[in-house]
Write a protein that binds this ligand. Structure first.
Ligand code: URA
Length: 243
C-alpha cells in the first residue's frame, strides 16, 4: 500500500516525520534508485526499495488481527470473477492488506477472522490445531434425535467421514429448528454437507464461535480488532481431546 515517504521513514523509526521531511528535501532519500525530494511523493514499502544516505530502510508492517461479523452475500476470496462483494470491502480504515483465515460461504454469515500475519493464520488453519468452530444452523421443519446423533457421531461425505461433532437443538418453532453444531475440521461447505447427509435442509447458517472467540454483540457487517491476549490465546494448541 502506497504511503507518503516521510510516514514510512517515521514508522521505520528512522526519524520523526518533520526530520524525515528535511531528509527528503535535502535529497538524502531514494526510491528504487531515484532521489526523491518532493514531500508529497509516495512509495509502497513492501514493493519499493527505499534508502536514506544509501542505506536500505526496513519497514516491519504492523500486525493486524480482525474479527468481522460477515454478512450473507460476501465472498471470502480476495477477488471474485463474478464481481460479487468481497469481505475486505467492509474493512474501512484498516489501512493494511489483510486476508481471511479460512473461509465462509457466500451464504454463510458470522465470525470471520482476518489478518496480515500469515504465520499465525497458517497455525490456526492447520488441522493439528483443531480449533473448535461453532455454528448456529436454522433448518426447515423438525429434527429427529436420530439425525442429531448421526451428525454427532460423524457422517460419510464424499471426501470421507467427518470427525465427531457436538450437536444440540437450541430452539424449535412451528416451521424451523435451530441447532448448534461444533466441529474442528474445516472442509468445504462442511456443515451444510453434514446436514444434507442426514436430510436436513439448511435455511440459515451462522458461525458464532471460533476457538475462544465469540461473535458477541457485534452487528452484521461490523468488525473489531482482537486484543493481544485474544491473539495469543487462539495460538495456544488446544488440549488433546479424548477419542
Ligand atoms: N460450513 C459450511 O457449510 N459453510 C461455511 O461457510 C462454514 C462451514
Amino acid at each position: 500500500m502506497e504511503e507518503r515517504i516521510q510516514k514510512i521513514l517515521s514508522r521505520a523509526g528512522i526519524a520523526s516525520r518533520r526530520e524525515a521531511e528535511r531528509m527528503i528535501t535535502a535529497g538524502r532519500v531514494t526510491v528504487n534508485g531515484t532521489p526523491v525530494t518532493e514531500l508529497g511523493a509516495k512509495a509502497d514499502p513492501e514493493r519499493d526499495r527505499i534508502t536514506v544516505d544509501g542505506r536500505p530502510v526496513a519497514v516491519e508492517e504492523k500486525r493486524v488481527y480482525i474479527l468481522l461479523n460477515k454478512p450473507v452475500g460476501y465472498v471470502t476470496t480476495m477477488k471474485d470473477p463474478e464481481g460479487r462483494p468481497i469481505v475486505t470491502d467492509l474493512l474501512k480504515g484498516v489501512g493494511v492488506r489483510v486476508f481471511p483465515v479460512g473461509r465462509l460461504d457466500y451464504n454463510t454469515e458470522g465470525l470471520l477472522l482476518l489478518t496480515n500475519d500469515g504465520a499465525w493464520a497458517n497455525r490456526l488453519a492447520h488441522p493439528r490445531h483443531e480449533v473448535d468452530k461453532e455454528y448456529l444452523v436454522r433448518v426447515r421443519g423438525t429434527v429427529a434425535k436420530e439425525q442429531i446423533n448421526r451428525i454427532a457421531l460423524g457422517v460419510e461425505l464424499d471426501d470421507g467421514k467427518t470427525a465427531p461433532a457436538r450437536v444440540a437443538v437450541t430452539k424449535q418453532s412451528d416451521n424451523n429448528t435451530w441447532i448448534s453444531i461444533t466441529i474442528h475440521e474445516g472442509r468445504y461447505r462442511q456443515v451444510r454437507r453434514m446436514c444434507e447427509a442426514v436430510s436436513l435442509s439448511v435455511v440459515r447458517l451462522r458461525r458464532v464461535r471460533y476457538g475462544s472467540l465469540f461473535l458477541g454483540e457485534l452487528k452484521v457487517g461490523e468488525f473489531r480488532y482482537l486484543t493481544p491476549a485474544e491473539v495469543k490465546a487462539l495460538d495456544e494448541p488446544r488440549p488433546r481431546r479424548p477419542r
